[in-house]
Design a protein around this ligand. Structure first.
Ligand code: SF4
Length: 258
C-alpha cells in the first residue's frame, strides 16, 4: 500500500477518478489499509457507526489495535435488546472508551402519542426514519466521513457497496472497509481473536436490530439479514441505501466533498 499512501494527502479532494483508483486498490488490500487511509485523510472528523453486529466488533477491535482514535457511535432507538446494551457496556469496558449514544427526538411513548401505537407495524419506513435516519443525519452533520461495517454479501441491496463512496443523504464520505468480506471471514476472525459478540447470534439471530423488527431465523448464523422485518419486503432501515440508488451512478461525488 506504499503506492497508495503516496497518492493521498490529508484533506485532498476526492475526485471520481481518484475514488475509482482507490476502490480498485482496496479490492486487493485489507480492511486495515482502508481504515488507515481514511484516518490519514479525515482524522477525527471521521466516525464509526455500529449496531454491535459482528462487523462492528471486528472494526472496533482493528481501530483499537491500530491505535486509531475516532468517535464511535450507535443509534439508540430505545428499542434494542438487553443483550445489545450489555454488549455496548462490555465493549466500553474492554477498550476503555465511551461509545456515543445517538437518540431520536421522540421517546417511544411520544412517538406512539403522535403517530399511534407500534408504528413499526403500521409504517416501518416512517418509524426507521424517525428513530434512525434522522438522528443519523443530525449526528453526521459536522463530520466528513463515517465508517460502516456493511458488506456486499449481506444482501442484494448491498452487492454494489464500494470501499469508499459518497453518501449524499448525509453529505459525508462513507467508508466500508469490509465491503468485500464474507460473513464467514468476519466470524472466523472474531472467534480466532476471542472477540466479544452479541450472544443472541448463538440463539439463531443472524442480524440484530430493534426488538419489534428482529426475529430468529432457522439454521445457524449466516451472512444474510434474515429475521429483519419479517413478513414485509423491507430489508434496510434507510441508513444504507444501495450505492446506485443513492448516487444514480456509482462513485459520483459532490464537487467539494466537504
Ligand atoms: S427497526 Fe423497527 S422498531 Fe426499529 S426503528 Fe425501524 S421500524 Fe422502528
Amino acid at each position: 500500500m506504499q503506492k497508495l499512501k503516496e497518492k493521498i494527502i490529508p484533506n485532498q479532494k476526492l475526485s471520481p477518478e481518484l475514488l475509482d483508483n482507490l476502490n480498485a486498490q482496496f479490492e486487493v488490500a485489507g480492511p486495515d489499509e482502508v481504515l488507515l487511509w481514511a484516518y490519514h485523510t479525515f482524522g477525527s472528523d471521521m466516525t464509526l457507526g455500529t449496531g454491535f453486529g459482528p462487523s462492528g466488533m471486528f472494526l472496533i477491535y482493528r481501530l483499537w489495535e491500530l491505535g486509531v482514535e475516532i468517535p464511535i457511535f450507535y443509534l439508540d432507538t430505545n428499542l434494542l435488546f438487553d443483550e445489545t446494551y450489555k454488549l455496548k457496556d462490555r465493549i466500553e469496558e474492554r477498550y476503555d472508551f465511551e461509545i456515543t449514544r445517538v437518540t431520536p427526538e421522540l421517546s417511544v411513548d411520544e412517538q406512539a402519542e403522535k403517530y399511534g401505537d407500534e408504528l413499526w407495524n403500521k409504517n416501518p419506513n416512517r418509524c426507521c426514519y424517525l428513530r434512525k435516519v434522522r438522528p443519523l443525519r443530525n449526528y453526521l452533520s459536522d463530520k466528513r466521513a463515517w465508517v460502516t461495517g456493511i458488506r456486499r454479501s449481506q444482501s442484494e441491496s448491498r452487492r454494489d457497496t464500494q470501499f469508499v463512496e459518497w453518501d449524499p443523504e448525509n453529505n459525508v464520505v462513507k467508508i466500508n472497509p469490509l465491503a468485500s468480506w464474507t460473513g464467514d471471514e468476519v466470524w472466523n476472525y472474531i472467534r480466532s481473536k476471542g472477540l466479544p459478540y452479541n450472544p443472541l447470534h448463538d440463539e439463531g439471530y443472524p442480524s440484530i436490530g430493534c426488538i419489534p423488527c428482529t426475529q430468529p431465523a432457522d439454521g445457524k448464523t449466516d451472512d444474510r439479514r434474515t429475521g429483519r422485518w419479517n413478513g414485509s419486503d423491507k430489508t434496510e432501515c434507510g441508513i444504507h441505501l444501495p450505492t446506485q440508488q443513492k448516487n444514480g451512478k456509482k462513485n459520483k461525488l459532490t464537487p467539494n466533498n466537504k
